[in-house]
Design a protein around this ligand. Structure first.
Ligand SMILES: NC(=O)c1ccc[n+]([C@@H]2O[C@H](COP(=O)([O-])OP(=O)(O)OC[C@H]3O[C@@H](n4cnc5c(N)ncnc54)[C@H](O)[C@@H]3O)[C@@H](O)[C@H]2O)c1
Length: 334
């Protein structure tokens, strides 16, 4: 079978997709960035010849030598590029968050349905080794019934937000917090209701709260909490704790160990088990492998258009709740 031929658009975080695709044996058929400097830097770094470098993504649309693209441009452009490439018959791996509005997620779902191509949303935390292990421990019953789980996205954007991230639509809860929201959704399902508070005191340069806490309830009385801080004075973390009837797991995307407490015969949790785990919070190779596997074998991707849209729906509901002071029930009708 010939290797997949990939185009990558947006060459900052997009470089992770070049590396992920290369590690999986795909061919980089084209790279694109509207910044001449970023295009040259990525081209030189990965040895991509001049004739495969483009400054305008439209040039990639009609090329017959591209099977799929990775879209890593600012969030506001995800809809335009994803829809254009799907309409042109290409499979699309689109960066998270899928989009910043419900209107955009719906348009992307329609484009994916009409195209018959894969639209995978890059919720990369589902490939973080610690979170893959957490998912396995929930699924195989080690933790028993999960009754509460929490995750946080704490990442200092002090030097990261003097650009498209300062758009009021690009609230921290959707921009980065979508990772923690998606993780909770993956582990516990769709929350039925959310309630949130926010505060704004660390990043005066953005027009939205820089810290938000949201509580939520899932089916079966399971409770959840997400904390998002984009001005925090600490190193990046997605500390996550899962409380079940038989055990508790504490893990992170930046820690080489996870801590697992399980109840013994007396019903008590004694010494915790320390589980070593690879630290890889941007596991682009595993993410790309899943994308390629779905394309090559006609399988559905885990984070398809509707899955990406559900995560956006929860994020928007959290933002709405913290603005109105009222609980919000996310609407998953798409
Ligand atoms: N999965 C993750 O953990 C993760 C991490 C970082 C960023 N992201 C996402 O990746 C995307 C890009 O983020 P970033 O940090 O690389 O942003 P960035 O602003 O650093 O880089 C964006 C790049 O896209 C280029 N670009 C902008 N408009 C373009 C266009 N129309 N055509 C071609 N190139 C264009 C810019 O020149 C720039 O090189 C965003 O959606 C972001 O949310 C995801």
């Amino acid at each position: 079978m010939r290797p997949l031929r990939i185009g990558v658009i947006g060459l900052q975080f997009g470089m992770a997709h070049i590396e992920g695709a290369m590690r999986c044996g795909a061919e980089i058929a084209a790279i694109c960035d509207c910044s001449a400097e970023h295009l040259r830097d990525a081209g030189e770094r990965y040895g991509i010849p001049e004739e495969k470098r483009f400054s305008d993504y439209h040039a990639l649309l009609e090329r017959g030598d591209i099977d799929a693209v990775a879209v890593a441009v600012p969030d506001q452009m995800h809809r335009a590029l994803a829809c254009a490439f799907l309409d042109a018959g290409k499979h699309v791996l689109c960066e998270k968050p899928m989009a910043l509005t419900r209107e955009d997620t719906r348009a992307m779902i329609r484009a994916a349905d009409a195209s018959g191509r894969q639209l995978m949303i890059g919720q990369i935390c589902r490939y973080t080794p610690a979170f893959e292990k957490a998912k396995a421990l929930v699924s195989n019953g080690t933790l028993g019934e999960v009754y509460f789980l929490e995750s946080e996205y704490a990442h200092d954007y002090m030097k990261l937000c003097d650009n498209w991230r300062a758009d009021p639509l690009r609230h921290g809860v959707i921009g980065g917090g979508c990772h923690a929201v998606d993780l909770l959704r993956w582990l516990a399902g769709d929350p039925r209701e959310v309630f949130a508070y926010g505060t704004h005191r660390l990043l005066p340069q953005v027009p939205y709260d820089d810290a938000t806490v949201a509580v939520m309830k899932f089916d079966g009385d399971t409770m959840g909490k997400v904390f998002v801080s984009t001005g925090c004075k600490r190193d990046y973390t997605m500390r996550t704790v899962i409380y079940g009837t038989k055990g508790t797991l504490i893990c992170d995307n930046t820690s080489p160990t996870m801590t697992l407490f399980t109840a013994g015969a007396d019903g008590m949790a004694h010494e915790p088990e320390i589980i070593e785990v690879e630290v890889n919070n941007h596991n682009a190779a595993r993410e790309f492998e899943a994308f390629a596997d779905a394309i090559l074998h006609g399988k559905p991707v885990m984070t398809d258009a509707r899955e990406g849209a559900r995560t956006v729906e929860v994020c928007l509901s959290i933002i709405e709740s913290s603005a109105t002071g009222k609980p919000v029930r996310p609407a998953y009708a798409f």
